[in-house]
Design a protein around this ligand. Structure first.
Ligand code: AMP
Length: 468
């Protein structure tokens, strides 16, 4: 019925339909209706800067905008297309309820399903073109890792405008019979209340809100003077089977509803310490790695997760490390190319069809270990330095809350290493002591020349990646 409604609004095969909405069951319905018509979803992200969203929206030359209640209609009007609300009264008018189901066009796996623009805060946004077959392959391949084996009650906390939000909780979840729960705002209070009410068994998250959750537990423990109990819990939990850990950390499980077992992480780097902390609590942390261009590259098996790795390649995906250390991928879910941008498309692929992911990584024992984004690599006096290694070392310091390592230009050395560090609330950090702490474990040329201590949090993009 919703597809019929959209068709009446003029949507036909190949047309682009913009969506700009928070997660909502009506947004899901709208996606499937657009796909049923052979039309193409172009999701705008509510967390994007408005001017970027408008620029992307115009570039897509869409025929319709589906706008959620949070979108300012005056701003949306700048897109210059017709607008329909993402809500029952706009998408499901009673008048059409009893009408015959019209004939819809045939849609094949090779038809374009979606153009997702990558953020574009610092560079020109590029529209990743994905077909039905490619998106479905990713959802199936994640399902085969065992993540979708059992129907879960999933809190889908990743926006559906992101590929991770669509493939994992939504499509894989539907294939496995899961129920999805959406939140309009990801405030910790709304999150815990919803998890308790719905007895949520699995949650999909980026690492950053997970880190906030941990900080919440630590702050609460401090407030109650139970800091040492928490530390002791972590020390013994590592030796205990999962069910017993859940008893040791009852106070962590209760506010999350008590039924949560699986935390599925992706979209940005998961610090090993963060993974370990939640493993100690008795949760199963499964991680997937992907880019918009190849929606899913690797994923943990539900029963086997090793900290520090993003898992083996998903079914059907081949990965290889190119000569310069860049991870390249090939397979049935690699994008067609960038929307109306043959130059960028050519640059993204090697001639033999392998896609450059832009990530530096290593493959060991069939598992993928990611280092840094290629563009974040620092070259100092001829040595290649991956910021992640230094960030991980600084992150090991108990008083560090957040850290980013960047290269700053230097006349003789090419680049110098600079670390920007945010201390945990109530803690102070001494740059010299931190420097010694790093130097203890890392080669001299990796030790930061500059350490800046900063009070406010690091700036991040919508998936929680630090805007270096
Ligand atoms: P996007 O296209 O916005 O989804 O960003 C993709 C990029 O996010 C990848 O190229 C990686 O750099 C990063 N990324 C995604 N998932 C992970 C993960 N599990 N661990 C580390 N980095 C990740």
């Amino acid at each position: 019925r919703v597809a019929a409604r959209l068709r009446a609004a003029g949507v036909g095969p190949g047309d682009r339909v913009l969506t700009w909405s928070q997660n909502d069951p009506w947004l899901v319905t709208a996606y499937f209706a657009v796909w049923r018509l052979g039309a193409v979803i172009v999701p705008l992200d509510l967390r994007m800067q408005t001017d970027v969203a408008i620029r992307i929206g115009r570039r897509a030359r869409a025929s319709l905008l589906l706008a959620g209640p949070d979108v300012d209609r005056e701003v949306a009007a700048e897109l210059g297309v017709d607008i329909l609300g993402v809500d029952e009264s706009s998408l499901d008018p009673l008048a059409e309820r009893d009408g015959p189901i019209p004939d819809f066009p045939t849609v094949t796996p090779d038809d374009l399903a979606e153009v997702i623009f990558t953020s574009g805060t610092t560079s020109d946004p590029k529209g990743v073109m994905l077909t039905h077959g490619q998106i479905i392959h990713t959802a199936r391949a994640f399902g085969q890792t065992g993540m979708g084996k059992r129907p879960d009650r999933v809190l889908a906390a990743i926006p559906l405008s992101h590929m991770y939000g669509q493939t994992l909780p939504l499509l894989m979840g539907f294939m496995g019979g899961s129920m999805l729960v959406f939140l309009h705002a990801l405030s910790p209070k709304a999150m815990t209340a919803t998890m308790q009410r719905e007895r949520v068994t699995a949650i999909t998250l980026t690492p950053h809100p997970l880190a906030n959750l941990l900080r919440g537990f630590e702050t609460e423990a401090r407030r109650q003077g139970r800091e040492e109990t928490l530390a002791r819990g972590h020390a013994i939990a590592r030796w205990l089977p999962r069910p017993l850990r859940r008893i040791v950390f009852r106070s962590v499980h209760a506010p999350l509803g008590g039924a949560l077992e699986v935390i599925s992480i992706g979209g940005a780097l998961l610090p090993v310490t963060l993974q370990q902390a939640f493993e100690d609590f008795g949760f199963s942390i499964v991680q997937g790695y992907g880019t918009t261009e190849v929606a899913g590259v690797t994923g943990h098996k539900r029963t086997k997760q090793r900290a520090g790795t993003v898992g083996p390649p998903l079914a059907g995906i081949e990965v290889r490390i190119a000569d310069d250390g860049e991870l390249v991928a090939r397979g049935p879910n690699v994008m067609l190319g960038y929307w109306r941008n043959p130059d960028a498309t050519k640059e993204a692929f090697f001639d033999d069809g392998w896609l450059r992911t832009g990530d530096i990584g290593q493959i060991r024992d069939g598992l993928l270990f990611l280092s840094s984004r290629k563009r974040d690599m620092i070259i100092r006096g001829g040595e290649n330095i991956y910021p992640l290694e230094i960030e991980n070392r600084i992150d090991d310091h108990p008083d560090v809350e957040e850290v980013a390592v960047v290269g700053v230009d230097h006349r003789e050395l090419g680049q110098e290493v600079k670390a920007i560090v945010v201390p945990k609330p109530g803690k102070t950090l001494d740059p010299q002591a931190l420097n010694d702490f790093v130097a203890e474990k890392l080669a001299y040329y990796k030790v930061p020349t500059y350490i800046e201590i900063r009070e406010e949090s690091l700036p991040r993009n919508p998936t929680g990646k630090v805007l270096k």
